[in-house]
Design a binder for this molecule. Structure first.
Ligand code: ZN
Length: 146
């Protein structure tokens, strides 16, 4: 049986909801509060589950035009209104940052790469959204992350 740990504090988590969220209850509440305070957007409502084990990044809009993705938002650095794409803006930079985090890029390397990722992948996606294949992202990471 696989074991899971909290993304924030790395303590073991067991109950299915926590495993799905990737955080223990306390850390999840804290994360949600932090993002909501910064953005007024509930990151839970804009999170969509990928079908099966599909690792590709899915970008789509809900009926209100909110940007919905299967990438969890852990960091809100540029935007006060949540993720975005199709424009060179803060929401796109935040999405780029969190996608690279999702693919295991961290620290200074992440700081150095995310804006470039935004320009290479997100700036040209149509407003309605699309899919970015994980293999394409991994290829890009192999090229730029040393
Ligand atoms: Zn935790």
């Amino acid at each position: 049986m696989p074991s899971y740990t909290c993304t924030r504090c790395h303590k073991p988590i067991k109950d299915p909801t926590s495993v799905e969220n990737g955080f223990g209850p306390a850390c999840f509440t804290r994360l949600k509060k932090t993002i909501e305070e910064k953005q007024g957007v509930d990151p839970l409502l804009t999170f969509i589950h990928a079908e099966g084990d599909n690792p590709d990044i899915v970008l789509q809009r809900d009926n209100c035009g909110n940007a919905c993705t299967n990438v969890r938002q852990y960091v809100a650095r540029h935007s006060a209104t949540g993720f975005d794409w199709g424009a060179n803006n803060g929401g796109s930079d935040d999405l780029a940052y969190n996608i690279l985090l999702h693919f295991g890029i961290k620290g200074r390397q992440l700081d150095n790469l995310y804006h470039r990722f935004q320009l290479d992948f997100l700036a040209n996606i149509s407003h309605a959204g699309g899919i970015i294949e994980a293999t394409t992202i991994n290829k890009w990471i192999n090229e730029y992350a040393h």
